[in-house]
Design a binder for this molecule. Structure first.
Ligand code: ASP
Length: 413
C-alpha cells in the first residue's frame, strides 16, 4: 500500500511535468465495451433503464481529445463483470491516458520513459533493461507461443511441424494433418531428468491443455549434437524417429548434448498455450527468471479482429475504436482476419500490464469497423452516437494506453 502510494504519486508528477491534465470522467454512463459484461445501475428517474459502470473511460477520453485537451490522464477505476482469475477481478485501477497528434512510436516512447524512471525511483533494487524490446504479435506467438512473453530468459520455441510430418510418429503426423502444429524448445542440462521429473512435466503440460508431451533427452557429455548416437537418446518416441530427425529437431531448438527437447503436438492455440506455460515453468525451475529483473517489452501489430468460433462472429481483439494500420483498411470487410492494427501491449515478466492503440478518428471508418463487429446501423447510432457525432467535428488523430496499476504492483512486489 505504501509503495502503491509512491508509484501513483510518481506517475502524477511525471505526467504533470509533461503537460498532462488529470481529468475525472463520469462513473454512471452509457456502456463502453472492452470485451466484458457491464455492471448495471438502475435509474430511479427513468424506471426500467440502467446506467453502466465504465469498463474503461475509453470513449470519454476520446471525447476529451475532440474537445481539445491534448494530453489527458486519470488513475481510473474500471468495472468489468467477468469471471475472476488470479490476475483479474471485478474492479481494477488503470493509468488511463490519451494524447492528440501522436503516432504509435510517441505513445511507446512516453510509456517507456515513464516505466523506466518509475521503477528506478520507486524500486531501485530492480533491474530494467532498456530499450524495451518491440516484438510483433506474430513474432511473439512464433518465438514464445504467447503475446505476453517472459523475456528474462531464452528457451525460445521452434516450429517442427514440417520435419515432424515427415516422421513415422503418428502423434506428430496426425497433429499436422489435422491442421495443427508441432512446437518445441530445449531445456538446457535437463537430459539427466529422472522418470519422475519427466512425468511431472508431462502432467504439467496436460494440466495446461496439451494432449501430451514428448521429451527427447540427449544424454552424455555436454557438447554439440553432430556426433550424437542413437543410444544417447532417451525418449518414448525414439523408435519412431531416425537419428537424423532427432538431430534435426535438436539443431532447430538449439539443443546440445546434455539437454532435453520438449515437444508438444496439437491444435495451434492449445499447443502454444501449453508450451508457453511449460516454458515459464522451466524458466522458474532452472532459476532463469531473475526476480530482481523487470523485463519490459512492447508487443505491437495485433490483429484488429479475432474470430469468435462459439458465437460465429468477429470480435475486436483490443476494442472497437482501434485504428487499422495504413494499407489494411481495404481488407476490413473482405478479409477481416488479415487486418493489422496500430495496437500495442506493455508486458513485463510474462504479465500483460496493459493495452493501447491509435484510435479511429474518422466517422466512416469507425462505422465500417462497427459493422464488421455485427452492430446494426440502429445499434451503432444508439450505442455510439455520441462518439460518432463528435468525430464529425474534426477529431485530431489521437491514441493512448491504459496500463493497469494492480498488475504493475504485482510485478514490482
Ligand atoms: N481502453 C483500453 C483498456 O481499458 C486501453 C486503451 O486503449 O487506452 O484496455
Amino acid at each position: 500500500i505504501t509503495l502503491r502510494h509512491q508509484v501513483v504519486k510518481f506517475i502524477r508528477d511525471f505526467l504533470d511535468d509533461r503537460g498532462f491534465l488529470e481529468i475525472e470522467t463520469p462513473i454512471l454512463i452509457k456502456s463502453t465495451p472492452e470485451g466484458a459484461r457491464d455492471y448495471l445501475v438502475p435509474s430511479r428517474l427513468y424506471p426500467g433503464q440502467f446506467y453502466a459502470l465504465p469498463q474503461s473511460p475509453q470513449q470519454l477520453k476520446q471525447l476529451l481529445m475532440v474537445a481539445g485537451f491534448e494530453k489527458y490522464f486519470q488513475i481510473a477505476r474500471c468495472f468489468r463483470d467477468e469471471d475472476s482469475r488470479a490476475d483479474r477481478q471485478p474492479e481494477h485501477t488503470q493509468l488511463d491516458l490519451e494524447m492528440s497528434f501522436v503516432e504509435e512510436k510517441d505513445v511507446l516512447a512516453l510509456i517507456e520513459e515513464l516505466y523506466t524512471d518509475l521503477v528506478r525511483t520507486t524500486t531501485p533494487g530492480k533491474r530494467v533493461p532498456t530499450p524495451f524490446p518491440r516484438l510483433t504479435y506474430a513474432e511473439s506467438m512464433e518465438r514464445f507461443g504467447t503475446d505476453k512473453p517472459d523475456l528474462r530468459f531464452g528457451l525460445e520455441m521452434s516450429d517442427l511441424s514440417e520435419m515432424a510430418s515427415a516422421t513415422e510418429f503418428r502423434v506428430f503426423r496426425s497433429a499436422v494433418e489435422g491442421g495443427g502444429i508441432v512446437k518445441a524448445f530445449s531445456a538446457p542440462g535437463c537430459a539427466s531428468y529422472s522418470r519422475r521429473q519427466v512425468d511431472e512435466l508431462i502432467d504439467f503440460a496436460k494440466s495446461r491443455g496439451a494432449m501430451g508431451l514428448v521429451t527427447v533427452a540427449l544424454t552424455g557429455e555436454p557438447g554439440p549434437v553432430e556426433d550424437l548416437t542413437l543410444d544417447q537418446v532417451r525418449s518414448a518416441a525414439a523408435r519412431f524417429l531416425t537419428l537424423e530427425q532427432i538431430k534435426d529437431a535438436a539443431l532447430r531448438t538449439g539443443a546440445r548434448v546434455g539437454d532435453m527437447v520438449l515437444i508438444i503436438a496439437g491444435p495451434p492455440q492449445s499447443t502454444n498455450v501449453a508450451l508457453s506455460a511449460l516454458r515459464n515453468e522451466m524458466g522458474g525451475r532452472l532459476g532463469l527468471a531473475d526476480p530482481d529483473e523487470l523485463a519490459f517489452a512492447f508487443v505491437v501489430d495485433f490483429p484488429l479482429f479475432v474470430y469468435n468460433d462459439d458465437e460465429e462472429r468477429w470480435d475486436a481483439m483490443h476494442h472497437a475504436f482501434t485504428s487499422p494500420k495504413e494499407g489494411y483498411e481495404q481488407y476490413i470487410e473482405s478479409d477481416p482476419g488479415r487486418v493489422i492494427a496500430y495496437c500495442y501491449d506493455l508486458v513485463a515478466n510474462g504479465v500483460e500490464l496493459g493495452s493501447g492503440s491509435i484510435r479511429i478518428h474518422n466517422r466512416q471508418l469507425q462505422e465500417r469497423v462497427l459493422a464488421v463487429l455485427g452492430y446494426t446501423a440502429e445499434e451503432t447510432k444508439q450505442r455510439f452516437g455520441q462518439l460518432l457525432t463528435a468525430l464529425e467535428y474534426g477529431a485530431p488523430p489521437h491514441g493512448g494506453m491504459a496500463p493497469g496499476i494492480d498488475r504493475l504492483m504485482m510485478v514490482l512486489t
